[in-house]
Design a protein around this ligand. Structure first.
Ligand code: C2E
Ligand code: MG
Ligand code: MG
Ligand code: MG
Length: 284
């Protein structure tokens, strides 16, 4: 009886494993096809200042399935990293973002926006990454000061000397750097001060319960103080309510991104949004 159940249990387990493996293989296969046929889209989420003026946007990738549904990066970026597909995907993002920035340069109401793109560890640590960015900026004829690269702490902690050298090269051109998901990693001040960053991006996990959680308030206050002492800008992500925004402002944060202002949207919708937003002169 017990032996029987054990065997069945094993068989059940095997089947689950099998399903998971073939599901993953199918998804990898589909993703490979998507890469070959460039079946991706960038959505844009506005970044605003304390007056509600649009100052920039973050480009967030979506995988466009054949039936038109959008797959969130949360469900394919990890697979893309494991399979190396993140490299062609990252190149596509860089190209598409640069082309978009170029197009915005011809539109008076969009010309001041800084466009941020997410860069994965593998992509950043390719020997030719710096050159790839330089070439893309030049080929599209865009102002490099309008391009911002979002890196995570994990990217930066790896091969620190090469990382700093690559960042310095790009920063000398005018390209900006933000440290994404800040506060979720292990960066020390000692280490942060060596990196040529422009901005710290407060992770949304500290914003979510900010209004009610005094330890999140303490963390955000500390991040803002760190940013100040390192002379970095600070932006908060995941801002969903006016109460969160107001408290962030009170704590000294002057840039915000989140559903309170807009979800990530296709480019024409971003344009409509920016047109309607109050605006001040570009600070580049
Ligand atoms: P991230 O760079 O930290 O982007 C912020 C994520 O939070 C986005 O999810 C965004 O849609 C979501 N978000 C924005 N505002 C709010 C809010 O008010 N509330 C909540 N709950 N969420 C908000 P998304 O678009 O699903 O992207 C997830 C992650 O995938 C990104 O996190 C980034 O790490 C990665 N990713 C996205 N696009 C790219 C890309 O082009 N290349 C690479 N390498 N990674 C990307
Ligand atoms: Mg990001
Ligand atoms: Mg983030
Ligand atoms: Mg995040």
């Amino acid at each position: 009886q017990a032996k029987q159940a054990g065997r069945n249990g094993m068989r059940f387990f095997d089947r689950q494993m099998q399903d998971r493996i073939s599901e993953r293989a199918q998804m990898e296969n589909d993703l490979r096809h998507a890469v070959e046929r460039h079946r991706f889209a960038l959505h844009y989420q506005v970044q605003v200042d304390q007056h509600g003026n649009a100052r920039g946007a973050e480009a967030l990738i979506r995988w466009v399935r054949d039936d038109g549904t959008m797959v969130s990066p949360a469900s394919f970026i990890a697979l893309a990293e494991e399979t190396g597909l993140i490299l062609p995907i990252g190149s596509w993002v860089l190209e598409t973002a640069c082309a978009q920035l170029k197009a915005w340069q011809q539109m008076p109401e969009m010309a001041h926006l800084i466009l941020a793109i997410n860069v994965s560890a593998q992509q950043f640590h390719q020997a030719e990454f710096g050159e790839q960015v330089r070439a893309a900026v030049q080929r599209h004829g865009i102002d490099p000061r309008l391009l911002k690269l979002e890196l995570t702490e994990g990217v930066l902690l790896d091969k620190i000397e090469d990382t700093i050298a690559c960042m310095q090269l790009l920063k000398a051109m005018g390209v900006r750097f933000a440290l994404d998901d800040f506060g979720t990693g292990y960066s020390s001040l000692q280490y942060l001060k060596r990196l040529p960053l422009n901005q710290l991006k407060i992770d949304q996990s500290f914003v979510r319960d900010l209004v009610s959680d005094s330890s999140d308030q303490a963390i955000v206050r500390t991040i803002i103080a760190m940013a100040r002492s390192l002379q970095l800008d600070v932006i908060a992500e995941g801002v969903e309510t006016e109460a969160q925004r107001a408290l962030l402002e009170e704590l000294g944060c002057r840039r915000y991104q989140g559903y309170l202002f807009s979800r990530p949207v296709p480019e024409p919708q971003l344009r409509a949004l920016v047109k309607d937003s109050p605006r001040t002169a570009a600070v580049v």
